[in-house]
Each structure stands twice: as C-alpha cells, then as structure tokens.
Design a protein around this ligand. Structure first.
Ligand SMILES: CC(C)(COP(=O)(O)OP(=O)(O)OC[C@H]1O[C@@H](n2cnc3c(N)ncnc32)[C@H](O)[C@@H]1OP(=O)(O)O)[C@@H](O)C(=O)NCCC(=O)NCCS
Length: 248
C-alpha cells in the first residue's frame, strides 16, 4: 500500500498550454467543476487571447502505471507516457471585474485597460493532489519572489524554465474567485477575501481605496456580488498585492 508520504510513481511539470491540450483540459474541467461548467469556446478564447496565462500539468508515469484511458501524448518511445493531469487558466482583467462564469470576453478581446491579474481556475485531478503541484503552479503564475527557487517539487522536475517572473508579476494585484471553500489554500499565497456572494464587500478586509475610491464605489461591489452568485453561494472574491518587481 502506498501513502501520500511515499514518492509518487509519476513526475510532473507545468508547461504552456497549447490548443492540442484543450480536449484533455475540458475533460478535466467537466470532471472537477460538475456544477460550474464552462464551454469549450470559453477555454479556447482564453488560450487564444492570453496564452501566457494558460498552463497544462503534464504528468509522466511509467507505462504500467497508466490508468484512466490512453495517454495524452507519448513522450519517450514507450517506457513512460505523458498525460494532462490539471490546468491553470489566468489572464488580466479590469480591477475587481472578474468574468461571469462561462462568459466570453465582451467584444472578443481582453480589456484594453486591464489593471489587475486574475487567476480564473487551477484544477488538479484528485490522484495528483496533495503533492504541492497546484502550489507550484500558483507560485509560477504569481512569479515575483514566490517564483524564485525553493518551490516544492517531489521529483526534482523544474516547475518551468525561467520561473522568475510569472504573468501576474506585471500587475499590482492579483484576484480570484474562491469556490469549494478553498480560501485557506489561497491565503497561503497572500490572498484575502474582500467580497462574498452572500454579502458583497467585506468592509473589514478591504482597504479604503478598494471600498470606495478608484474601484468605483458601491455599484462596483453590487455588480461583483451578483457575478459571484453565478459561481455559487460560497463564492468569495479574493485579492493579493503582488510584490513590486525587483529592478533588473
Ligand atoms: C485546490 C487544488 C487545486 C489543490 O491542488 P493540490 O495539488 O492538491 O494542492 P497542493 O498539494 O499544492 O496543496 C498545498 C496545501 O494546500 C492544502 N490544500 C489543498 N487543497 C485545499 C483546499 N481545497 N482547501 C484548503 N487547503 C487545501 C493542502 O492540504 C496542502 O497543505 P500542506 O502543504 O500543509 O500539505 C485541488 O484540490 C483541486 O483541483 N481542487 C478542485 C478545484 C479547485 O478547488 N480549484 C480552486 C478553485 S478556486
């Protein structure tokens, strides 16, 4: 019997997603987000418009350990096989204006005045969880100081070549919609809840600037609350301050 503390028989790496990954990614999305489904066109548009924020979790395992259907791709002539075990979708948005669930970008383009990074989805199939895989992916996207070395990777694989600066690092803040009670997971990376589907803005957690000022005041938070409800009653909007990029 193996336990979570045993090294897994598989190795993994996060790599840029390609259109060829979409069928596998969609299957994983459908399996993990049964109550929050998104269409193929939505995934495809995000990948097309912001490939720098889309990653596939490539799992390589000895051929005899392969389960759950044919491998996504053969990597080394038969001794092992590679498949997709998870994904990350992320892109820039206008501050505090995440997309509605399963929505195409208005006008078919990213917001020209995007000023916040948005982590839309991180999903890892259950059998590859609890090994630090998602955390490594999140650090990779956030970049900045979290992206520099020291990331846990049980197999000695690199998370990603040149993981120094993730796509989020160019933005002052990163936001996300936490579902399935994952706030504790996100708090590890410095995210805090500033609005909920139940109550809207969490005044005690939001800075004055977030609550009023440039964020657009109450109307913004009402609109956000309505959008959060589309993600379920437990949905929470979280943000983190990205560390300032070190001078070159
Ligand atoms: C959330 C998810 C991506 C985590 O994947 P993972 O590879 O198992 O995560 P990690 O191994 O990097 O977890 C790191 C730590 O976070 C904790 N953690 C993982 N999932 C958690 C959750 N749902 N809630 C709270 N803590 C969680 C782990 O226990 C682990 O703690 P440890 O370091 O003390 O052992 C995965 O469970 C998943 O795909 N869930 C379904 C989709 C989902 O919820 N996505 C996020 C939606 S906002």
């Amino acid at each position: 019997m193996t336990t979570a503390s045993d090294p897994p028989a598989w190795s993994w790496r996060w790599r840029p997603m390609t259109p060829a990954d979409l069928p596998a990614v969609l299957l994983i999305g459908d399996e993990i987000h049964r109550d929050l489904p998104e269409d193929e066109a939505v995934f495809r548009q995000r990948l097309l418009l912001f490939p720098a924020g889309c990653f596939a979790l490539e799992i390589t395992e000895p051929a005899e350990h392969g389960e759950g259907g044919p491998p996504a791709a053969s990597s080394d002539g038969g001794d092992s096989s590679a498949r997709i075990g998870g994904y990350i979708m992320s892109f820039p948005i206008r501050r505090h204006r995440p997309p509605a669930l399963n929505a195409l970008f208005p006008g078919g383009a990213l917001a020209a005045d995007a000023d916040q990074y948005y982590l839309h989805d991180v999903a890892v199939l259950p059998r590859f969880r609890a090994r630090g895989v998602a955390s490594a992916g999140v650090r990779m996207v956030l970049g900045g100081s979290e992206g520099r070395g020291g990331s846990r990777n049980g197999n000695g694989c690199r998370e990603r070549d040149g993981a120094q600066s993730g796509p989020a690092a160019a933005y002052e803040t990163t936001s996300l919609v936490s579902v399935y009670g994952t706030c504790k997971f996100w708090e590890r990376f410095g995210f805090r809840v500033i609005a909920t589907a139940e109550g809207g803005l969490v005044r005690g957690n939001a800075t004055d600037e977030e609550a009023e000022g440039e964020s657009g005041g109450e109307g913004l938070w009402e609109a956000l609350r309505d959008k959060l409800r589309g993600y379920g009653d437990d949905a929470k909007f979280m943000i983190r301050q990205n560390p300032a990029e070190a001078p070159a």
